[in-house]
Design a protein around this ligand. Structure first.
Ligand code: IPM
Ligand code: MG
Length: 350
């Protein structure tokens, strides 16, 4: 029997996680669900966004699903204790180095995109964002005082061969089960780490994946192509920072940030970390208005990638599609359903 650890976190996190619980009760009654404090709410209650025992509980579970993290009330918390620091520490502790961020357009929602429906209808991109390296974690970093009274802020972008290779492998493997095409995005024209990224991906491709189509693309051009002709992409592999930015842009093409899940995976024998890619949405938190589909679809990814229940995942995906086809819409999608009603719409189709 498997265990899913829920980390509801902040803002709308608890509301959307409550719908995951309901879906799991209907779909996978044998799954054990645990819950633990996390993020800003954990900081308020325990003085830290991630307790050591919660980190250990995460590593010992089969999958971890978090709701959302952060909010304006913690903007002045000490940097290493901010909710976001808890998230980065958890990613690092779980060593989930490949973040899969799908950007797919549900047919029923093609009209909700900021791009013309014909540009996004059928869109299905999978980002592989390197998640535990790069400028997010590179040392040295800091803000120092200069002799002339100014300050100097600095970060370090760094990648090793093996860090690039393991992210690249995930991308090539995924592409083989899709349209067999990988774009690798970096800034090899200005950055040394980008040049190494390009060389390592080139070598890995030639050595292990010559059957997959590979194109190198500069990250700025990738941003432009994503809003010009997004359907040219299948799998995009990129570093931590570019992946953060490019995946937000791609997500918006699909109609709503409230729709998209993500999976962070590493060693297949270890638990994955699943999160909706939306934020904590403090403006609507506690009002029962948030779209729970990104969290529910994150559970779908957990069933597929960590909990080894692909049939349950297929059934859940079909139920979400059916609910949307039948016109179920929360407010972010132009409708008037509340969070629990959208949960009902999915559960009634299971
Ligand atoms: C994301 C978020 C996080 C990131 C923040 C909350 C630290 O933007 O998951 O994309 O930058 O990775
Ligand atoms: Mg982000």
């Amino acid at each position: 029997m498997s265990t899913l650890l829920l980390l509801p976190g902040d803002g709308i996190g608890p509301e959307v996680c409550a719908q995951v619980r309901r879906v799991a009760a209907a779909l996978t009654p044998d799954l054990t669900i645990e819950e633990a404090p996390y993020g800003g709410s954990s900081y308020d209650a325990h003085g830290t966004p991630l307790l050591d025992e919660v980190r250990d509980q995460a590593i010992a579970s089969d999958a971890v699903l978090m709701g959302a993290v952060g909010g304006p009330q913690w903007a002045n918390a000490p940097r290493h204790l901010r909710p976001e620091a808890g998230l980065l520490n958890l990613r690092k502790a779980m060593n989930v180095y490949a973040n899969l961020r799908p950007a797919y357009c549900f047919e029923a929602l093609a009209g909700a995109s900021s791009l013309k429906p014909e540009l996004v209808s059928g869109l299905d991109i999978m980002f592989v964002r390197e998640l535990v390296g790069g400028v997010y974690f590179g040392q040295p970093r800091g803000i120092e005082d200069l002799a002339d009274g100014q300050k100097r802020g600095f970060d370090t972008q760094t990648y090793t061969t093996s860090e690039i290779e393991r992210a690249g492998r995930v991308a090539f493997e995924l592409a083989r089960g899709r349209k067999n095409k990988v774009h690798s995005a970096e800034k090899s024209n200005v950055m040394e780490s980008g040049l190494l990224w390009k060389q390592v991906i080139t070598d890995l491709h030639a050595r292990e994946y010559p059957d997959v189509e590979l194109e190198h693309i500069l990250a700025d051009n990738c941003a432009m192509q994503l809003v010009r002709a997004p359907k040219q992409f299948d799998v995009i592999v990129t570093d931590n920072l570019f992946g953060d930015i490019l995946s937000d842009a791609a997500a918006m093409l699909t109609g709503s940030l409230g729709m998209l899940p993500s999976a962070a995976i590493g060693d297949p024998e270890k638990p994955g970390l699943y999160e909706p890619i939306h934020g904590s949405a403090p403006d609507i938190a506690g009002k029962g208005l948030a779209n729970p589909l990104a969290a529910i679809l994150s559970f779908e990814m957990a069933l597929r990638w960590s909990l080894k229940q692909p049939e349950a995942a297929d059934a859940l995906l079909a139920a979400v599609k059916k609910a949307l086809d039948d016109g179920a819409r929360t407010r972010d999608l132009g409708g008037n359903l509340g969070t629990a009603e959208m949960g009902d719409a999915v559960i009634s189709n299971l």
